[in-house]
Design a protein around this ligand. Structure first.
Ligand code: 13P
Length: 255
């Protein structure tokens, strides 16, 4: 642990565009029963936008937090289909920004990520900023340059690292492929992210910032990441749709 104050691990369950309403309700009830009162790890559930209100109702008063998977940067107006940060206040505590699927399926840029980051902070919500390199970038030895570019772009115009911000390092080649990064690689990359944050801002805020690994995390490999000093939690996709697997992953981070 490089920080003076220990970083509380944070585990997110990103459901992506999965679950019917009935499935979402069943999973939320199951998670509430499994997790309520669990200490030593912060657990954040990211359901599809359509179920955010249901999630807030079904998890209300529990130790589980709700996060949105995406947001638009304008507060309101003629933007059909979009959801603004002020609209999320009261249902979501946090918002995922810059997820690889937003970047690579929907063409979001670093500039978009910067706008979204500002909107989330203006609304008083916690950003979870996702970054990560493509396979060809990793193979071409460009990982550090890509992470630096994504972080620099997201923080364009920022004087300080927002204190509650979480960074999710998710190598694109590991997402949904079963090809999880080794714990050693995840540690190295999360430490790299922390070093870039220290360079861009300052050592103290970089040391206080929680950095997650994401990409094919499951009940079998979570303990390896939990043992890494710079990996402060994980962001889980597929395995977060199964209550027992997600519980095992979260419990791996309880000291
Ligand atoms: P998988 O865990 O399904 O690889 O997804 C990771 C992810 O994208 C979480 O945001």
């Amino acid at each position: 642990m490089t920080s003076a104050t220990p970083r509380v691990p944070i585990v997110g369950g990103n459901w992506k565009m999965n679950t019917t309403r009935a499935e979402a309700h069943a999973l939320l009830r199951d998670l509430r029963a499994r997790f309520d009162g669990l200490r030593g790890v912060e657990v954040v559930i990211c359901p599809p936008a359509a179920w955010l209100g249901d999630a807030a109702d079904l998890l209300g008063g529990s130790s589980l937090a709700v996060a949105a998977q995406n947001v638009y940067w304008e507060p309101k107006g003629a933007f059909t289909g979009e959801v603004s940060a002020p609209m999320l206040v009261g249902t979501a505590a946090a918002v995922l920004i810059g997820h690889s699927e937003r970047r690579h399926v929907f063409g979001e840029t670093d500039e978009d990520t910067n706008r979204k980051l500002r909107a989330v902070l203006d609304a008083g919500l916690r950003p979870v900023l996702a970054i990560g390199e493509l396979r060809e970038e990793a193979e071409g030895g460009r990982t550090e340059a890509v992470l630096r570019r994504q972080l620099t772009g997201a923080f364009e115009g920022f004087d300080a690292l927002p204190p509650d911000l979480v960074v999710a390092y998710e190598p694109v080649w590991a997402i949904g492929t079963g090809l999880a990064a080794t714990a050693d690689d995840a540690q190295e990359r999360c430490a790299m992210v922390r070093a870039i944050l220290a360079e861009r801002f300052d050592r103290t805020s970089a040391d206080a910032c929680r950095i997650q690994y994401g990409g094919s995390v499951n009940a079998g490999n979570a303990a390896g990441y939990a043992a890494c000093p710079d990996v402060d939690g994980v962001l889980v996709g597929g395995a977060s749709l199964d209550g027992a697997s997600f519980e095992a992953i979260c419990r791996a981070f309880v000291a």
